[in-house]
Design a protein around this ligand. Sequence first.
Ligand SMILES: *Cc1c(COP(=O)(O)O)cnc(C)c1O
Length: 233
Amino acid sequence: MAIADRINSVNEKIIRAARKSSTDPDTIKLIAVSKTVDAQKITDALYGGVKILGENRVQEAKVKISELRSQNADWDIEWHLIGHLQKNKAKAAVQLFDLIQTVDSVDLAEELDSQARKFDKIQRVLVQVKLAAEETKHGVAESDVMAVLEKVTALDYLKLEGLMTIPPFFDDPEEGRPYFRKLREIAVSAREQGFSINELSMGMSNDYEVAIEEGATMIRVGTAIFGERDYRE
Ligand SMILES: *Cc1c(COP(=O)(O)O)cnc(C)c1O
């Protein structure tokens, strides 16, 4: 199937899932995850209506961003970092990404703040929450979320927009539902404590409809738009 057709089909499913939960479908942002995908396919997705691209590696994103810029300087693309960020790449991340979805420690938040200060940029961020005890996954433990939100909010050059999570992978998307619900509950209590949480980034190709039913405002979709990757992470 052509990339534009795949995007249309994802958009139809977004609308259906949003209606099911009485959400305005226009409030759901589709992040096309373009990791490992070449510039030609990304261009197809942009012609197909994609406006936000998600990358998980700083170096890979840097190459693609300049490639796409030199192809067509007029593309108005928003770039999101959705992969783990090491502190020593904070400077490059601040230069490249409109939204960093993977703030997972106070240390990283402070480093991003000090880099953003140098560029006089207000860096939009999400705090990544770890809801399952998987060794390999990054994110703030549930018990530490409010403390991290407190710190992030106190930093002048970061703008906290919400929360992000990556649940374990299940073949049956229904099994992800408790994780999505949990993130929404954490968001509700964070709002009650006065934190500005507008975005919930949750749901991938396999389970974005369930995530929308549970309140996702950003879904990160790779395979369903670009086809299978060579590797999964
Ligand atoms: C790769 C990736 C996605 C997209 O996964 P698909 O299953 O291909 O949709 C979403 N979020 C993160 C954090 C990823 O690394």
